[in-house]
Design a protein around this ligand. Sequence first.
Ligand SMILES: [Zn+2]
Length: 284
Amino acid sequence: MPMIPGHNVTGSIEKVGPNVAGFKKGDMVAVYGAWGCGECEFCRQGDEQFCDPRKWVGFGPDGGYAQYLLVPEQRHLIKIGELSPYDVAPLLDAGLTAYRAIKQALPLPHPGAFIEILGIGNIGYYAVQIAKVLSPTSEVIAVDVLQDRLQLAAGLGSDHQILADSSAVKDIREISGADGVSVIVDTVGSDATLAIAAQTAGKRAVIALVGLAGGRIPKLPGECRVANSVWGTISEMNELLALYAEGKIKCQIKRFALDSINEVFQLIQTKQLQEQAVITPQVT
Ligand SMILES: [Zn+2]
């Protein structure tokens, strides 16, 4: 402190520096949030989210809960044209994280295979849709502790909805059969979700771990492996935006004015907000 948070940022360009080419005042852009050095092995391969020391906008450099944001390099900007800047904002983290986790596990799910999404929060909301788009011949199993989140998943295209109670493992195994689930995206990462993952995974499954709850990884069947998945690259963000532009990914947002930011945090903490909150300097 003091620091301005906010790492999923979209907006219009107000001013460009002297060496900037290809962007001008008024262009609508999304800000790719992992600001790497641009020169290390990771950055050169596009994985700027792995660059050390970590420089993520809103986690160190001042972020987007503000009227203006200073972006140090034009390569962090993505032109979004006519796309809704309000929808694109949550795609920059929750959407991108879900996209990379599932894309990295492909082409594992063969036709008729099962993809299990543990936790239908912000990441799970996108993971259900992305799983159906990237692997349309697979069946998606949505798992959550809340019935209304499962209903939401069903509306987004999940084929099966399982309440994460004491019979969840049995219920999932009845659906997946003896071969188990091929790809599991654990958006929670707690002891409880990892236990469900380990007991429902097939012998060659991948458990894509994106949740940061710090649970322990239990004994896994066969050659099942756990693969950490961290945020995503700017190329993957462009791929996700292409899917959104084609209408294949839906967003569910609610807009708030910057002045009411503390109220928004309270709504999130008390779980009163199902939509993704989008903060704007002025709500118009
Ligand atoms: Zn770097």
